[in-house]
Design a protein around this ligand. Structure first.
Ligand code: NAP
Length: 336
């Protein structure tokens, strides 16, 4: 197996979407446990533009430029490394790569964070799923949501939120799902499984949670956990995938850990006052959860909602501007 020369989207400086450009990429042969895949579709997640802006420098330390971008991809296995038995050349696969660089014509990724795409699922719909879908699944699991219970989800039309609403209703079989979103996305949220939708833009901040009763599970995808703790039943679970908190960087320096603990203090205090249990959930990418979710796409338990589909590497700036500033409903995907 030899090196592969192709093109990727990357950046040589931190900044807004204008720092992105198409640049050459040389990929080595896949190492043990890796696959090399031809990328057919990629999706954008907020971590991609936070990292491009340099917002993760404190947590991740100095970076070697140029950097690739994006973690999610769907495509076709082009070669496999030693020890990989679950995939063969030609398989359709989706992945949530650990490092950056899926927005490219080809990428290397771990077999342990990849799964086969069922025939009924398109590359675009599969590419939308890995990071956001696994985060939604793992957060609701961590919150111990049970059949018949009530759940309140903020940001129910976002990338993570739209999978969370569907999983809560159709997989965990929640009795009642209430979600926040801006008014124009209420119909989408309801079609995905929300029993009630709260337009957070129609009322002053904080009042969207008042008088709504108590929920078995509260899931925050927008960074509003301290205010949302009032919604939690005593001794039940509030989970956040957003708030700055220690589990974001468990191996960081003492100073960074102290900063994260200080940032997390208000929500821990709010949870204590409300008598709820609070935890920050950080995605753990893995093949089993990804395969499970692709199965739910296959049997139509959930759908990937695609707001906009762009085409090609050259669309990188437009695609990122849409994802960051275009208030998409669901996901922004690029077909390569
Ligand atoms: N912990 C982890 O491992 C993990 C994993 C994945 C994502 N995340 C984080 O989770 C967050 C959400 O990710 P995402 O992919 O879902 O982002 P996204 O696709 O941009 O969705 C965010 C949603 O939040 C809504 N929103 C914004 N402000 C709101 C508010 N005050 N109240 C209610 N809804 C509000 C937006 O709706 P409108 O456009 O209608 O306002 C949008 O639909 C990001 O910060 C991301 O970095 C963390």
């Amino acid at each position: 197996m030899s090196a592969l020369t192709c093109n990727m989207v990357g950046h040589s400086a931190f900044g807004d979407a204008s720092v992105l450009s198409v640049m050459p990429l040389t990929l080595s042969a896949p190492a043990a446990g890796q696959i090399r895949m031809t990328v057919k579709a990629v999706s954008i997640n907020p971590i991609d533009y936070k990292r491009r802006e340099g917002k993760l420098k404190l947590i991740e330390g100095p970076q070697v430029m140029p950097l690739g971008i994006c973690h999610d991809a769907a495509g076709v296995v082009e070669s496999v490394g030693e020890g990989v038995t679950e995939f063969k050349v030609g398989d359709r696969v989706a992945t949530r790569k650990r490092g950056v660089g899926t927005y490219a014509e080809a990428t290397l990724t771990g077999a342990d964070v990849s799964a086969k795409i069922p025939d009924s699922v398109s590359f675009a719909h599969a590419a939308a799923l890995p990071l956001a879908g696994m985060t939604a699944l793992q957060a609701l699991r961590a919150a111990d949501l049970k059949a018949g219970e009530t759940v309140f989800i903020s940001g129910g039309a976002g990338g993570v939120g739209h999978y969370a609403v569907q999983l809560a209703k159709h997989y965990f079989k929640a009795g009642k799902v209430v979600a926040t979103c801006s008014g124009s996305k209420a119909a989408l949220c309801k079609s995905l499984g929300a029993d009630e939708v709260v337009d957070y833009t129609a009322v002053p901040h904080g009042t969207q949670y008042a008088g709504r009763g108590k929920f078995d599970v509260v899931m925050d995808t927008v960074g509003d956990s301290a205010a949302m703790c009032v919604l939690g039943k005593p001794h039940r679970n509030v989970v956040s995938v957003v708030n700055l908190d220690l589990p974001m960087a468990p191996n960081a320096t003492f100073v960074v850990r102290a900063f994260l603990m200080a940032m997390g203090a208000p929500v821990h205090f709010a949870a204590w006052r409300a008598g709820t249990t609070y935890q920050f959930v950080r995605l753990t990418p893995n093949a089993a959860d990804l395969a499970f979710l692709l199965g739910l796409l296959d049997n139509k338990t959930i759908v990937s909602t695609l707001d906009t589909t762009f085409h090609g590497l050259a669309a990188c700036q437009d695609a990122f501007n849409k994802a960051e500033h275009g208030r998409p409903a669901g996901k922004v995907v690029i077909e390569i």
